[in-house]
Structure formats: structure tokens, C-alpha cells
Design a protein around this ligand. Structure first.
Ligand code: COA
Length: 258
């Protein structure tokens, strides 16, 4: 199995599972992850997804270089499009929070996968980078866009053009990851944050994610209109009735969700 999906109550954990190749992403792995992502997206009981890598050495060490090596110009473009469509954009557009638990190397497509998640937590042994130019390539799974969004254009240019690897602490200082914890505490930390998310209204969280995302897909004027639309839609939800009535009755809300 190239990826493993586990469900614990409202939480799902998706593990990239190719440890003998440091979880490098080949076509089969991307297809397997896609199937599990569709399952999580459509499962109304699941409220948060954590994505991590199998083993203690790597989150994902990149696209599978052996698979890339023989490709032509059009095949290279098709590979990038397929990966973006099946994996990276599906993660980013997930209407429930996706947390990357970066448990080791996150290189190339691995860092791109972490960056398509809504937030990142790294273990202290993690090494992150976009080394594509060392292979005669550029990042093709969204890295040129999402890295600049997360760390700013100047830092993104440095990271991409030097093909260097960052430590977890450097990535924290640059705003690329939200938290750094010892490796044996990584999943506990991710689950702790997921717990806080799962206590909130899943409907409101879904709208919030889409509204934030809108700012990266359209002009600010259009994105603010989207915010108004999503804000308004919340008023029609059972979660809104429950959240406001719980507050007014001085009790904790119990959100049924979707
Ligand atoms: N694609 C395909 N195979 C990969 C891979 C990748 N991106 N990254 C690691 N592997 C494979 C290795 O070929 C090796 O396979 P083998 O045992 O059959 O020879 C196995 O995973 C273990 O990797 P290895 O290189 O022996 O581990 P290491 O500890 O010496 O080095 C890295 C770890 C991450 C520094 C090194 O594997 C590496 O540089 N990987 C490529 C990173 C990269 O450029 N990613 C971007 C791709 S676009």
C-alpha cells in the first residue's frame, strides 16, 4: 500500500508509505493518496486531516527521480499537471483543515506537499528544501507559487535558486513551519491542534478556509466579496444556531457539522 488512511473519531491520518524510497512520490503513490483524499473530503464525519510520512527519516523526499528521468517536454508537463490536479490542489482545497506533520526530509515534491497543507508542524530532525534546480528542473508541484506565498518572494528565490536544505529551526524562523517539536512528540502535537479545531464549527471552518484561499486565487476586491458570501452562508447553518444559542445560554456548543 503506497499510502495508509486511518480514522480516529473525527480525525483522519494519511501516511505516505514508501519508506524504502524515503516516501518519494511516483504515479502510483499519487493515485493512492488521491483516493484517500477523496474519501476524507467526502466523509462528513471527518473534520481534520493530518498528513505524515512513514518511518522516522522522511516525510517525502520528493518526486520519484527514477520516474522523472526518461520524460520528454510534453510528458514532463503532463506529470506536473496530473500531480497538481490529483494531489496538491486537492489537499489545498480540502474544506477541512489539513495539517502536515513533517517527520523528516521534506524535499522537492515533499515540501510542495507540506506547503499545500493548511499548516505545518515539523520534527526537530526535519530538513526542508526545493532542490529541483540541482537536477536541471524547477519545482512543478506548486512550489514556485506556494513557497513565495509563505516566506515572501526574496526568500523563496534564495531557497529555490540555491537548492539548499533548511533545518526545522530555520524553516520556523522563516515562517515556513508553524511549530517545531521533538520527533517523538510530533503526532501528539498535531493531534492536540486538531483537537482544538474539532471543537469548533466544521461548517464555519470550511467557509473560513475557502475565504482565506480566495485571496490567493483572485483579486482582493473579488476575495472580499467571497468573504461576504461565505460569512452570509454561515447564518443559514445549524452550527450558527447552536454556537450562538450555546453562548447565550452559557454552555459549550455541540456542533453536529455537515
Ligand atoms: N526519488 C527516487 N528515489 C529516492 C528519492 C527520490 N526523490 N529520494 C530518495 N530515494 C531513494 C534512494 O534512491 C534510495 O534508494 P535505494 O536504496 O534503492 O538506492 C533510498 O531512497 C534511500 O535514499 P538514500 O539516498 O540512500 O538516503 P540518504 O540518507 O543517503 O540521503 C537524501 C537522503 C534525502 C539526502 C537523498 O535521498 C536525496 O537527495 N534524495 C533526493 C532528494 C531530491 O532531490 N528531491 C527532489 C526531487 S524533484
Amino acid at each position: 500500500m503506497q499510502s495508509i488512511l486511518e480514522k480516529e473519531g473525527h480525525l483522519a491520518i494519511l501516511t505516505v508509505n514508501r519508506p524504502d524510497k524515503l516516501n518519494a512520490l511516483n504515479a502510483e503513490t499519487i493515485q493512492s493518496l488521491h483516493g484517500h483524499l477523496v474519501d476524507v473530503r467526502d466523509d462528513k464525519n471527518i473534520r481534520v486531516l493530518i498528513i505524515t510520512g512513514s518511518g522516522t527519516k522522511a516525510f517525502v523526499a520528493g518526486a520519484d527521480i527514477a520516474e522523472l528521468a526518461p520524460l520528454s517536454v510534453t510528458e514532463g508537463q503532463a506529470l506536473a499537471k496530473r500531480g497538481q490536479d490529483l494531489l496538491f490542489n486537492v489537499v489545498e482545497q480540502m474544506p477541512k483543515p489539513v495539517i502536515a506533520a513533517v517527520n523528516g526530509f521534506a524535499l522537492g515534491g515533499g515540501l510542495e506537499l507540506a506547503m499545500s497543507c493548511h499548516m505545518r508542524i515539523a520534527s526537530d530532525n526535519a530538513k526542508l528544501g526545493l532542490p529541483e534546480v540541482s537536477l536541471g528542473l524547477i519545482p512543478g508541484y506548486g512550489g514556485t507559487q506556494r513557497l513565495a506565498q509563505l516566506v515572501g518572494k526574496g526568500k523563496a528565490m534564495e531557497i529555490i535558486t540555491t537548492a539548499g536544505m533548511m533545518t526545522a529551526e530555520e524553516a520556523l524562523a522563516w515562517g515556513l513551519v508553524n511549530h517545531v517539536v521533538p520527533q517523538d512528540a510530533l503526532l501528539k502535537e498535531a493531534k492536540g491542534i486538531a483537537e482544538k479545531m474539532m471543537r469548533q464549527s466544521p461548517i464555519a471552518i470550511g467557509h473560513a478556509i475557502q475565504a482565506v484561499q480566495a485571496g490567493y486565487e483572485m483579486s482582493q476586491e473579488e476575495a472580499l466579496k467571497q468573504e461576504i458570501a461565505h460569512f452570509g452562508q454561515c447564518f443559514g447553518s445549524e452550527d450558527f444556531k447552536e454556537g450562538t444559542s450555546a453562548f447565550l445560554n452559557k454552555r459549550k456548543p455541540n456542533f453536529n457539522g455537515l
